[in-house]
Write a protein that binds this ligand. Structure first.
Ligand code: GLU
Length: 444
């Protein structure tokens, strides 16, 4: 089996040189689904996996804009429309200096499986730019978003491709992009998710990724005869996902002792609760991309330049970005008594870290754990189509049902070993629905 996967990966690498994050994401899926793929000649004959690894369409474009000093700036914009077998392309937009085609391809590829797991009719896509909102004025961000949309508008639509937020893209950026789309098209439609509540957004969408991750962890714990209450959590990041997770963990009686940023991490032994959670929102809104001010404000330890994985915890939830937890971090966590890691960031752990964690403790991958965000995006699309808004309770109820379904799918396809293999479960579970739809729709 190993030789066949290697052959498959070699051919992919030859066609996509240098795209290392994309290769990492595909390798993980290939390893998980290979046996299943081989047992189903209909998939093989139709080269379903090979087709899944090729985006249906990739759009790359120039994004020129003028900064506050009158200087012309040029960024690169992308939208990778990966797979539309089960619904319109759906996935976020990332604005970050590190954005490359490889990163957006890995994200779009994973999104296809994640969206399939949600049970909602959404294909997979991802977009973004190497533009960094850090330190930019509101006017600069607006002009950049408008320029970005001046090209992207012709490729998206409520039944074609529905973007949303991701790192560096929150309510403000979605607002500017949606506004420009509406102006260019002269139509008010559900073309974006993560919109403001007064103009087509859904309640719970900002919290959804973090809430969903904690609901997923709660199901993992239930299988182990445990609960969120009374346990200590280490979290990385301090953005939207971390904020939602910290809020829900507190509500359910857990304690969060760390958050982090590119500048280092904060250790708060009393737990990040109450007003401290609201302060995370202030930190984020400051556009500085640092967490150190938290330690100054609340008089707790700040460790510059380090990740939080050296601190003692029961459960770790990476909430920042890809490959933020490597095999040494994984070993530190296990050594200090951590017994469960759930990725809320996309591909938060390196391949070696995933292997190590799966061997030693319970581990679940981002495409299952963080699917709550895009799930509520799907619910936002439903509400937009109905021209109606559900209450907070209604949306939350549906989110909880979806996370339970995703967990059941993982258990269904990931059972058989000494622990549930959530990676295998999520990959096969996500694969089947897309593969069946692709088969039914012919060679397209
Ligand atoms: N960027 C989020 C993700 O990684 C949300 C995507 C969406 O809501 O479309 O799933």
């Amino acid at each position: 089996m190993k030789a066949e996967i290697n052959e498959f990966m070699e051919s992919l690498k030859q066609r996509t040189p240098g795209e290392k994050e994309f290769h990492q994401a595909v390798q993980e899926v290939a390893e998980s689904v290979w046996d299943f793929y081989m047992q189903n000649p209909k998939y093989r004959k139709n080269k379903i996996l090979e087709r899944m690894c090729e985006p249906e369409r990739t759009i790359i474009f120039r994004v020129p804009w003028v900064d506050d000093h009158g200087e012309v700036q040029i960024n690169r914009g992308y939208r990778v429309e990966f797979n539309s077998a089960i619904g319109p392309y759906k996935g976020g937009i990332r604005f970050h200096a590190t954005v490359t085609l490889s990163i957006l391809k890995f994200l779009g590829f994973e999104q296809t499986f994640k969206n399939s797991l949600t049970t909602l009719p959404m294909g997979g896509g991802k977009g973004g730019s190497d533009f960094s909102p850090k330190g930019k004025s509101d006017g600069e961000i607006m002009r950049f978003c408008q320029s970005f949309m001046n090209e992207l508008f012709r490729h998206i639509g409520p039944d074609t491709d529905v973007p949303a937020g991701d790192i560096g893209v929150g309510g403000r950026e979605v607002g500017y992009m949606f506004g420009q789309y509406k102006r260019l098209r002269n139509e008010f439609t559900g073309v974006f998710t993560g919109k403001g509540i007064g103009w087509g957004g859904s309640l719970i969408r900002p919290e959804a990724t973090g809430f969903g991750a904690v609901y997923f962890v709660r199901h993992m714990l239930k299988r182990l005869g445990k609960d969120i209450a009374g346990h200590t959590f280490a979290i990385s990041g301090f953005g939207n996902v971390a904020w939602g997770a910290v809020s829900k963990i507190n509500e359910l009686g857990g304690k969060v002792v760390t958050i982090s940023g590119p500048d280092g991490y904060v250790y708060d032994p009393d737990g990040i609760s109450g007003d401290k959670i609201n302060y995370m929102l202030e930190l984020r809104a400051s556009n500085q991309d640092i967490v150190e001010p938290y330690s100054k404000k609340f008089g707790v330890k700040f460790v510059p330049g380090k990740k939080p994985w050296v601190e003692k915890c029961d459960i770790a939830i990476p909430c920042a970005t890809q490959n933020e937890l490597n095999v040494d971090d994984a070993a530190d966590l296990v050594k200090n008594g951590c017994w469960l890691v759930a990725e809320a960031s996309n591909m938060g752990c390196t391949a070696e870290a995933v292997e190590y964690l799966k061997e030693h403790i319970d581990f679940a991958p981002g495409k299952a754990v963080n699917a709550g965000g895009v799930s509520v995006s799907g619910l936002e699309m439903t509400q937009n189509s109905m021209r109606y808004n559900w209450s907070r309770e209604e949306v939350d109820q549906r989110l909880q049902i979806i996370m339970q379904d995703i967990h059941e799918t993982c258990v269904k396809f990931g059972s058989g070993g000494k622990r549930i293999d959530y990676v295998k479960g999520a990959n096969i579970g996500g694969f089947v629905k897309v593969a069946e739809a692709m088969l039914a729709q012919g060679i397209v």
